[in-house]
Design a protein. Structure first.
Lengths: 427, 737
């Protein structure tokens, strides 16, 4: 939220001077207005109208009396001016603790544009004080940015000021093939004809079940492009990342589970989400009303999930309850809300750690030779074991290995058994 | 997102020292020598130099070293051990001052000091010169992506740093400072005197009050600062036993400065940061609160006390002045820096600070014999929330909800100290910590070594205190000292019957190196992957891993090692009170009964009959013993429960959980008393008293594992009770960290 915009120049007789300010008297007090200025201009004047070497040299920000001033001082040297130079600065005033990242491009553009206009036709130096064009522009800009986060202000016949505040988000985390994207908004509703083709192809397959790799296969699109597209969605917070759900997977509560136990609203939300019904969870709301689980029951079910206990065995333990809910949605709900976490399995070939990689390659060679006969009779894949070796350093979870090698967990377990001294660590 | 801790990132680019005499402001020193460029050449060199300086006999070493490099020595080296010599140096500086400005310009041109981040030094110093109104306030100016952060300190309008004094009053005043204002009354007197003094001297100036206030404030600040330091680092912040003698010499000295040298009008240590845009506020605040502000306060204190900054300024400028004679620029700069850092304790402090803070370590700097302080940007030792795939990752950080600092609503909160039921986990091996402690002489060395000898991560502070005879408060003090210095971490005591799992936040990338270290430390035992594999099963007590009784100590060491590296975390049990349907039904019935009784009561005014009625009714329905129920619950509630919504008799009662039993409202508290009565009825008096205590832990935030430690019960007893209650459906358990 902008507090004020002001335009400062170097006055030939008075030195640094605030020529225009919106709202009135926000920077320098005037006898006509009772308003108290937000900041005290004289001590900071030398920074806002600085030494020429600091002008045209990038952003100058400063904090003063709990306000932050963004500015981009401009200095134009030309014999046409009184002291052979014209210095000006459009400054934005924000609260000190406010995020100012999105205003930086605005202040930069504002000053750069008017520098050009000034150089072309002395737009600023001819404007004069009082209620001129520049003042009107500051006024509109402040109002539009605060109300609509964007502004389009025509300046003259051929120039228009177009600015918009864009929020900055942190860069999305690395996306792996085994991540499962889940849309947080109705992506289909956002699509327009300008969207990327790969994106359009893959949108129907984002359902919280398919992994990135599966989406690429189903959409018949290049994996790298798919990954890039989904990272875009991640950046804008349109998708969440889940893990591949399977009944063999292990889930356990995190410390956040207390929030679920204590929040009746979350329990009710969960009850609606996990209720069995026809169609997509929305219709289920009315359908499942009679059979809906109580919040306490759900909480007890969540608390009964634990390490070392797969969803399958949990289902058998709670056959009665598990039959009345959508188990996948039940688990997913917990993962989305952050009170369940997936216990991933990691394989670690102890031989790697005992003595470097030389032995590993040797072992690989040895094993692929040794297991050749066995493999031939099963499927004839000769090189997979060599591939497998690089996943056995304890940093790759089973989901990742299975997705990359396109094998099932069962097969992976069998191969690891054949491999020999492999420790499986659950984390 | 913001709730997750972020990995440490000091984003410090440089530290500048800006001073202003009566003339222009100047950046007289900055570190590293070439900010924003590769400084490895210099840092390598400085790594050796502090070692020289650390020894107390450094001055002579330095001299010989210096003479070998043929650098003219204008002044005596000083700093750590040269307080007594300070007077002549000032004189020398004073005589040197006239030629200072032009001489310095030449140096600047040669050394390319004029080019700091592409800005002219003189321009930059004007930018960084704050207005006088910024005195002791946060100063923050951004140029492009760099932030210049500082806390400027100005001299008083008439050029002094202390309250103005007249000869006759100086003795009483120095007493005030010397005694560290022990006596409040005396302090009051001192302030009064100043007011008078001030009014006398510059009655015309406005803002006398604010100045005065800030001054006395600053004194208080510095006192607290000093105390803080003494507490925080436990460092031998020498409480200047010789203050009085010092003071006299200083009061001799200060006028000299005033006469012969342009007095220092302002100093400003500027921290140049380059924070990522998204973390701007966080990083800047971190640096300001933890480093910038504390350093500025300390310098102000020392400047007021002994003219420290002015003295150091003189040292640095006189050194830079003589440097224009050498030829090779790079060599020149390197030797110059070596020289400055070995001569000026302030320059050395700035370089130490820069090197430590950029490495996210603790910077221990000693400004003068009287003042040393340690600065660090604190780093979280644990997180309670497991970062999701989208959140910033901090692998290897200890994942736990166990907070060693008891919050005020803790069951047995005991002030802002470490919880008595925690213990210390040393983060490196005992020998290296011992060696470090013995290397630095400190008043707490003795107690610390004694404590370290008896400490164990298997017993709580309280137990250690009882067995060793060290008072608990002392243990807590020593432990927090070790924690502050990042040598240890407070954890719940390790116990072989507790459950430990592989931490979901373990840093698997370190597994290879960790395995090798593990094999070295614990040979002839299963390798690390095997241990982690054994901990990956269905959670079970750690004792299941221990093959025999003889192995127990070793396996407890392994556990401590695993905890230290964040490989495992304790799986703790949390419980909530569950109200079964039949209890609810009984309470509801009773409520109806009481309501009707009240009705009856108002009609017939007969008490005895209804009382027996209720009791008999409840006993048949509930199997709750009547006398207890009637004495415990109905009497206080009877006045209110008519206004409560009485549960609909038509809907069947379903069990529910009580989230916070200690702050339960009317209806849940009636359930609780009914449950208590139920426990008494089914399990007896012992179980009931246990229930009444345990109920406080059943809020989902207090681990059940803490009950035996806090209440001093046998683990077995708690386990049995919990099992029974869970079987009866009175308690729901969940496990996390």
């Amino acid at each position: 939220m902008l507090k004020a915009i002001f335009f400062a120049t170097f006055d030939v007789t008075e030195g640094p001077k605030v020529l225009h300010q919106v709202p009135a008297s926000s920077i320098t007090a005037s006898p006509s207005s009772p308003a108290i200025p937000l900041i005290h201009f004289p001590p900071i004047a030398s920074l806002l109208i600085p030494h020429p070497t600091l002008c045209n040299n990038g952003l100058v920000t400063l904090t003063h009396s709990h306000h932050r001033i963004l500015s981009y001082p401009q200095h134009i040297a030309s014999p046409r001016y009184a002291r052979n130079a014209y210095t000006f600065n459009f400054c934005l005033v924000l609260a000190e603790e406010a995020d100012f990242g999105s205003y930086v491009p605005v202040v930069r553009k504002l000053n750069a544009l008017f520098r050009t206009l000034e150089e072309q036709g002395q737009f600023l130096s001819r404007d004069g004080g009082g209620g001129g064009k520049v003042y009107a522009l500051c006024e509109i800009l402040l109002e539009d940015l605060n109300n609509y986060s964007e502004a389009m202000i025509p300046i003259d016949a051929s120039n228009t000021l177009n600015v918009k505040l864009f929020p900055t988000y942190p860069p999305p985390p690395p996306l792996h093939a085994h991540h499962v994207p889940l849309a947080t908004v109705r992506l289909a509703g956002l699509v327009d004809e300008n969207w990327d083709l790969t994106m359009l192809r893959l949108l129907p397959w984002i359902d919280g079940v398919n992994s990135v790799k599966q989406i690429a296969l189903l959409a018949d699109a290049d994996f790298k492009l798919v990954r890039k597209a989904i990272r875009h969605l991640l950046y804008y917070g349109c998708v969440l990342l889940l893990d591949i759900f399977s009944f063999g997977a292990i889930y356990a509560p995190t410390a956040e589970v207390a929030a679920f136990v204590e929040s009746q609203a979350m329990q009710a939300e969960c009850a609606r989400y996990v209720a069995l019904g026809h169609g997509d969870g929305l219709g289920a709301e009315e359908e499942g009303q009679g059979r809906a689980m109580s919040g306490t029951q759900l909480a007890e079910l969540y608390l009964s999930l634990r390490q070392g206990h797969s969803v399958k065995s949990w289902c058998m333990e709670h056959a009665d309850a598990a039959g009345r809910i959508d188990v996948r949605r039940f688990v997913t709900f917990g993962v989305i809300k952050g009170f369940l976490y997936r216990v991933h399995k990691y394989a670690l070939a102890t031989s790697i750690h005992r003595s470097g990689s030389r032995r590993l390659t040797k072992a690989n060679f040895h094993r692929s030779k040794q297991g050749e006969g066995r493999k031939k009779e099963r499927m004839g894949g000769g090189v997979e074991n060599v591939d497998l070796g690089k996943y056995l350093d304890g940093t790759h979870c089973f989901d990742e290995i299975c997705t990359d090698l396109m094998i099932s967990e069962k097969e992976l377990t069998a191969r690891l058994k054949a491999w020999g001294d492999v420790q499986i660590i659950c984390r | 997102m913001a709730s997750y801790p972020l990995p440490p990132n000091p984003c410090l680019v440089a530290i500048l020292l800006l001073v202003k005499t009566t003339s222009e402001p100047r950046i007289i020193f900055h570190y590293p020598p070439k900010p924003g460029e590769d400084n490895t050449h210099f840092t390598d060199m400085f790594k050796e130099s502090p070692a020289d300086d650390d020894s107390s006999s450094s001055s002579s070493d330095d001299e010989s070293q210096d003479s070998s490099t043929e650098i003219p020595k204008p002044i005596e080296p000083k700093g750590e051990n040269g307080t007594g010599k300070s007077t002549p140096e000032v004189d020398e500086y004073g005589s040197a001052s006239p030629e200072k400005s032009d001489g310095l310009k030449g140096v600047k041109a040669k050394l390319q000091w004029n080019d700091l981040f592409g800005y002219q030094s003189s321009v930059l110093s004007k930018v960084l010169l704050p207005a006088v109104s910024c005195h002791k306030k946060r100063f923050e100016v951004g140029l492009n992506d760099k932030v210049f952060l500082g806390r400027p300190v100005f001299a008083r309008p008439e050029g002094t740093w202390k309250k103005p004094r007249k000869p006759r009053r100086s003795s009483s005043k120095s007493d005030v400072t010397a005694e560290k204002v022990k006596d409040v009354r005396e302090q009051g007197k001192g302030t009064k005197v100043e007011t008078f003094d001030y009014a006398n001297k510059d009655s015309g100036t406005s803002g006398v009050d604010t100045h005065l206030e800030s001054q006395s404030d600053s004194h208080r600040d510095e006192d607290t600062l000093k105390k803080e330091d003494a507490i925080e680092d436990g460092e031998p912040v020498v409480q200047t036993p010789d203050t009085k003698s010092n003071r006299t010499s200083k009061s001799d000295m200060l006028p000299l400065i005033k006469e012969k040298q342009k007095p220092l009008a302002m100093f400003h240590v500027v921290f140049v940061l380059r924070p990522p845009p998204l973390e701007y506020h966080l990083r800047v605040k971190e640096m300001y609160d933890n480093v910038t502000k504390k350093l500025s306060k300390a310098l102000k204190w020392e400047q007021t006390r002994s003219g420290y900054v002015a003295r150091e300024t003189a040292v640095i400028t006189s050194l830079t002045k003589h440097m224009d004679k050498s030829n090779s620029e790079k060599q020149n700069l390197a030797t110059l820096y070596h020289d400055i850092i070995s001569r000026s304790s302030l320059a050395k402090a700035i370089s130490t600070l820069y090197n430590s803070i950029t490495a996210s370590q603790i910077a221990h700097i000693s400004l003068s014999p009287a003042l040393s302080l340690s600065l660090q940007i604190p780093f979280p030792t644990s997180i309670s929330i497991l970062p999701t795939a989208l959140a910033p990752q901090l692998p290897g950080l200890w994942l736990t909800t166990a907070n060693s600092m008891p919050t005020d609503d803790d069951v047995q909160g005991n002030g802002p100290q470490l919880g008595a039921h925690f213990t210390l986990l040393l983060l490196s091996d005992l020998h290296s910590i011992m060696a470090d402690i013995n290397a630095t002489a400190s008043p707490i060395t003795g107690p610390l070594t004694h404590y370290l000898r008896v400490t164990t991560s298997n017993e709580s502070f309280l137990q250690i205190s009882q067995s060793s005879g060290i008072p608990l408060t002392e243990i807590q003090f020593l432990a927090s000292h070790l924690i502050y210095w990042r040598r240890a971490r407070a954890i719940p005591p390790l116990h072989q019957r507790d459950v430990y799992i592989v931490s979901p936040n373990a840093d698997m990338r370190n597994l290879a190196t960790a395995s090798q270290n593990f094999a070295k430390l614990f040979p002839a035992l299963p390798p690390l992957p095997k241990i982690l594999y054994m901990l990956s099963h269905t959670p079970r007590p750690y004792s299941a891993l221990i093959p025999s009784k003889d192995h127990k100590p070793t396996y407890m060491d392994i556990l401590a090692w695993l905890m230290r590296g964040g490989w495992v975390t304790q799986l703790r049990t949390f419980a909530w009170v569950r109200v079964p349907a039949d209890i609810k039904e009984a309470v509801a019935k009773e409520t109806v009964m009481n309501a009707s009784r009240k009705k009856k009561f108002s009609e017939t005014e007969s008490t005895d009959e209804t009382d027996t009625d209720t009791s008999s009714a409840s006993s048949t329905n509930l199997s709750v013993p009547p006398p207890h129920t009637s004495s415990a619950s109905p009497s206080p509630t009877s006045s209110t429960h008519t206004t409560l919504p009485i549960p609909q008799p038509t809907t069947p009662h379903t069990p529910s959980l009580i989230p916070n039993p200690r702050l339960a409202s009317a209806l849940p508290s009636r359930y609780l008393s009914a449950l208590s009565a139920y426990v008494l009825n089914t399990q007896g008096v012992d179980a009931q008293s246990a229930w009444d205590i345990c109920v406080n832990y059943f809020d989902g935030h207090h681990a059940i594992e803490t009950i035996p430690v806090r209440e001093g019960w046998k683990r077995k007893r708690v386990a049995e009770l919990m099992g029974a209650w869970e079987g009866m459906g009175l308690v729901v358990r969940g496990k996390h960290w």
